[in-house]
Design a protein around this ligand. Structure first.
Ligand SMILES: Cc1cc2nc3c(=O)[nH]c(=O)nc-3n(C[C@H](O)[C@H](O)[C@H](O)COP(=O)(O)OP(=O)(O)OC[C@H]3O[C@@H](n4cnc5c(N)ncnc54)[C@H](O)[C@@H]3O)c2cc1C
Length: 401
């Protein structure tokens, strides 16, 4: 049995954004890759499908062919309280349907020459002396390196990273079909071009979203702070009360947990959370999700790119350890996620104060923060630079009204 296994330099388990990007980047570097996916693309995925505009820095420009809407503004609401608008002359976000976007990524990997087996779920992975044995519903393979890109509760995590701590945020999402000009007006409040809506009272310590798509809206809620959660109730209330959704049929939502990054746990387990022996985790499998927004697609793709670089060097250079990947991810995302966690506690801890009191008492400052947030989505700010600005502002003696 053991001798009949096909051998690859790298086997990637899961062909979502993280896996497809890892496989594509490895193939471009001349590494032999096998990608395994339990479904066949295009497949559905519960997701808001919002890509922050900085995604243009890490994707080939032809991704625009699968973009449903370009969003130039956000409307921040707190129930029926006053709304705050931020907008830009450049896109702030690109809206995709995950079925089309993920299929595009997989197609790109296939065109580059990656061997991808769809409808072949992996059921077990085992570390061996010469690599990692991957057992699927159909056969066995051995990879010198295995990449777990199969989501937070994936097989690779379960079998090779059992001790890893986890933190999941409950999120619900529904796709509303509609195709009316009035909807555009409702969504944009009479303005154009396209806006998305973020509601800070839609969820208990989290937010609700309405993202425009070509033939409808993605509507969802995520509850980002630990403690008692009630996402179904929040979703129901949000879909009943949000003015944009009045008169529309909102189908029952589907749920999926979001594995947000947690610094406190990483501090306890500094090494071995993304790399163990010859196995690596990328994307949701590595919990590489922004703890403020729940944005995961950007980090899934980027972690795949970083992983591909370090795997190639590990295979080609005698002294390049795989663990360099862990350090590189921490260097690029670590401080960003740390500050996103701080903002999470501040914003979701007192959302009403933020929106009502700060919005009314310091309208200029509030507008500035929202404006900076837009720049963050465009990659012109980082959480670290945003945090430094907030601290500077708060410590300036005459805090401008
Ligand atoms: C409700 C909701 C809304 C969200 N909205 C947004 C958003 O608007 N923007 C954003 O950036 N992020 C959003 N996210 C997060 C985003 O969906 C994830 O971070 C992203 O999908 C991570 O990509 P991935 O490739 O790591 O994992 P996935 O997209 O989960 O891909 C994993 C792949 O592995 C496959 N797989 C699993 N097990 C196996 C197996 N045993 N064998 C073979 N294949 C397997 C799966 O079929 C899947 O194709 C949202 C999440 C939720 C739950």
């Amino acid at each position: 049995m053991a001798s009949s296994a096909s051998r690859y330099e790298v086997i990637v388990v899961g062909m979502g954004p993280a896996g497809a990007s890892t496989a594509y980047e490895l193939q471009k570097r001349g590494v032999s890759v096998l990608g395994l996916e339990k479904y066949t693309h295009p497949r559905e995925k519960v997701c808001g499908g919002a890509l922050s505009a900085r995604i243009v820095r890490i994707l080939d420009p032809d991704f625009l062919s699968v973009v449903e809407e370009e969003v130039y503004g956000f409307r921040f609401t707190y129930g029926l309280d006053e709304s705050y608008f931020v907008e830009s002359s450049r896109p702030l976000a690109y809206m995709v349907m995950r079925s089309g976007f993920d299929a595009w990524l997989v197609q790109k990997a296939k065109h580059a020459g990656v061997e991808i087996h769809e409808r072949e779920p992996v059921i077990n992975v085992m570390a061996e002396a010469e690599g990692i044995r991957v057992i699927t519903s159909q056969r066995q393979y051995v990879g010198q390196v295995v990449v777990g890109a199969d989501g937070a509760k994936g097989v690779v995590t379960q079998h090779l990273f059992q001790t890893r701590p986890t933190r999941m945020v409950p999120a619900l999402e529904s796709e509303v079909q509609c195709d009316t000009p009035e909807l555009g007006l409702k969504l944009n409040n009479g303005q154009s071009p396209t806006y998305a809506v973020i509601s800070l009272n839609a969820a208990k310590k989290g937010y609700g979203w309405i993202f425009p798509k070509h033939h409808g809206l993605s509507v969802g809620v995520g509850e980002f702070v630990r403690g008692e959660c009630r996402p179904k109730r929040s979703f129901h209330q949000f879909s009943q009360e949000e003015p944009v959704l009045q008169g529309l049929h909102v189908p029952a939502p589907l749920g999926h947990p979001i594995p947000v990054f947690q610094w406190s746990r990483i501090r306890k387990q500094r090494h071995g959370w993304l790399v163990k022996g010859r196995a690596l985790l990328v994307g949701d499998a590595g919990h590489l999700v922004d703890p403020l927004l729940g944005e995961g697609i950007y980090y899934a793709i980027r972690s795949g790119q970083i992983a591909a670089e370090h795997i190639t060097r590990f295979l080609r250079e005698p002294h390049h350890p795989l663990t360099m990947y862990e350090g590189a991810v921490l260097a690029e995302f670590g401080k960003e996620f740390l500050i996103a966690s701080r903002l999470n506690r501040i914003i979701y801890g007192v959302p009403r104060s933020w929106h009502r009191w700060i919005g009314r008492t310091f309208p200029h400052a509030y507008q500035q923060v929202l404006h900076r947030y837009c720049q963050l989505l465009q990659g012109r700010e980082t959480y670290q630079s945003l945090w430094a600005r907030i601290i500077r502002k708060l410590t300036t003696p005459c805090f401008q009204r």
